[in-house]
Design a protein around this ligand. Structure first.
Ligand SMILES: *Cc1c(COP(=O)(O)O)cnc(C)c1O
Length: 369
């Protein structure tokens, strides 16, 4: 068998006609930037997310950056985030001149540990960025309570968790302003770079719209120093089509995860994903952990199975963040996850036979067959 880590074919093939139709609709409109297709997608995504405003932007990193700028983060501020996030969360904070402050994740859910947040709050702290990593919702009740107590803003990084919920409320609706990514491999993905912002606050929405479009509300009138960080009509039209299928794809991901959970249960050498009682998980990634990670990954390559590591080096140990002065041992939980995590294939359309084969290969590696 040959099972790549990600295969678009099984879930892109059935919607090909709709996607080509979307392309033609943009092509024939003769209007390619900030037009009706973008407005439509923004309304649809806001509706899906049960929030007042959705703003399409160029990508997830820019969505985070614009969100930070919209709430006024600047030079010397401190922004709290998990120590085991994807680098984009950290980069967006750096762009504003603020300092990233890392907090260790819970060792079972891999999500920012709310109980550790208060300890790092200083007079410079302005915001918290919870990251719904791998597709599971963070403990948003505790995080919002802390933010309220200390007068902090919250920006959810919802790049991996479209449609996840905590206590029944969707991710991307808790924070003052929230960022997401529609990178092709995300649960809702465009056919190129794309991102979005969600908020219930009309003022923040307006600020974000200006920041993405040259600081302008009205053409050729520039009120603030903005950027060109727009979502184009073509990507917006593709996203409108794919949004209609997101719920089905999420259900498939959750079913695939349950197959893995069943087939991989009772292997003492591996740790399976743990879902918090109050959270849902939309399985952007199905991440197992094992001390034998590197060797297992090699073994699986030999069996034709593609896996990835999310992520091999935590931000505090990246060369780009040398200047923060951290060293190995400073964030042991993030480091442990980086050394032991392995993401198994989980795209919509992967078959139960393929999951059985992957699980069998893992059991075989550990000598349990
Ligand atoms: C993908 C991702 C981003 C960045 O999104 P891009 O669209 O690739 O810029 C940010 N945060 C997290 C957690 C991500 O997974």
């Amino acid at each position: 068998m040959n099972i790549p880590f990600l295969n678009f074919e099984p879930f892109h093939a059935p919607i090909k006609k709709e996607m080509v139709q979307a392309f033609l609709s943009v092509y024939d409109s003769n209007w390619y930037i900030t037009g009706q297709h973008l407005k439509n997608f923004e309304n649809e995504y806001a509706h899906f997310n049960q929030i007042k405003f959705a703003i399409g932007v160029s990508n997830g990193l820019d969505a985070l950056y614009i969100s930070l700028k919209a709430i006024g983060i600047s030079d010397g501020d401190e922004v709290i985030m998990p120590s085991n996030t994807f680098i984009a969360t950290v980069l967006a904070v750096s762009y504003t001149g603020a300092v990233p402050i890392f907090v260790e994740p819970n060792e079972n859910t891999y999500l920012i540990n709310p109980d550790l947040i208060k300890k790092v709050i200083t007079s410079k702290t302005k915001a918290i960025i919870p990251v719904h990593l791998y597709g599971q919702a963070c403990e948003m009740d505790k995080i919002m309570r802390i933010a309220e107590e200390f007068g902090l803003k919250v920006i959810e990084d919802n790049a991996q968790a479209h449609g996840a919920a905590f206590k029944g409320k969707l991710t991307g609706t808790f924070g003052h302003i929230n960022a997401t990514s529609f990178y092709p491999g995300k649960n809702l993905g465009a056919l190129g770079d794309a991102g979005g912002i969600t908020t219930d606050d009309a003022k923040l929405a307006e600020k974000a719209m200006m920041l993405r479009n040259y600081g302008s509300k009205e053409k050729y009138k520039h009120e603030i120093i903005g950027h060109n960080m727009r979502l184009d009509e073509l990507q917006a039209s593709f996203l409108s089509v794919k949004l209609l299928h997101l719920e089905d794809w999420t259900n498939m991901r959750q079913e695939i995860a349950s197959w893995y959970n069943e087939e991989l249960a009772y292997i003492p050498e591996i740790i399976l994903p743990h879902v918090h009682d109050d959270a849902t998980h939309v399985y952007h990634l199905y991440v197992i952990r094992t001390k034998y990670r590197d060797d297992l990954q090699k073994y699986l390559i030999g069996k034709g199975i593609g896996t990835l590591i999310h992520y091999p080096i935590p931000p505090h140990l990246q060369k780009a963040y040398e200047h923060l002065g951290f060293s190995k041992g400073d964030f042991p939980i993030a480091e442990e996850i980086a050394e032991t995590c392995l993401s198994l294939p989980i795209w919509p359309g992967i078959t139960s036979n393929e999951i059985t084969y992957i699980a069998y290969s893992i059991k075989e590696y550990f000598g349990h067959v």
